[in-house]
Ligand binder design. Structure first.
Ligand code: DQA
Length: 149
């Protein structure tokens, strides 16, 4: 099972960036955490971060036929990007949305998520653990789908 974790703008600043909201751990810590999750699940994992919307769209398109599932934290693009929504819909790869914080309890402009419309599930507000829950859900979903086929 090959899974792709996609992270959007400013997540590379984890640790430095608003630590009261996003925590004190760095992006490198998140990458290590995700590798441990992949081991736990028994999945192959690629982790990719970009500050650029088009680069994220390209990565989703390139995932077609390569990855079985995607976990995406589009960060600020969550609330603005129809292009990311269309890309996820376009490739039809099972996708789970994650957030470190809970955008639904923050400013009004964070309450809309475009990508959510193409996602199986959203996991939010649990810090790094949001990613773990998303990966566990996705792996279980994919294994069940394979057993039915
Ligand atoms: C975020 C929440 C978004 O509203 C924000 O723009 C981010 C991070 C999160 O993980 O909590 O950059 O996606």
């Amino acid at each position: 099972m090959k899974l792709l974790v996609l992270n959007g703008p400013n997540l590379n600043l984890l640790g430095l960036r608003e630590p009261d909201i996003y925590g004190k751990r760095s992006y490198a810590d998140l990458e290590r955490f995700l590798r441990d999750c992949a081991g736990e699940i028994g999945a192959e994992l690629e982790v990719f971060q970009s500050n650029h919307e088009g680069v994220l769209v390209d990565k989703i398109q390139a995932a077609y036929g390569v990855f079985d599932g995607i976990v995406i934290n589009p960060a600020a693009y969550t609330h603005t990007s129809v292009a990311l929504l269309d890309a996820v819909k376009g490739v039809g790869i099972p996708t789970v949305e994650v957030h470190l914080s809970d955008p639904d309890t923050r400013e009004d402009f964070r309450h809309i998520s475009y990508v959510r419309l193409a996602c199986l599930k959203t996991v939010k507000g649990l810090g790094f653990e949001s990613y773990r829950q998303a990966l566990l859900f996705l792996a279980a979903y994919l294994r069940e789908r394979e057993n039915k086929a």
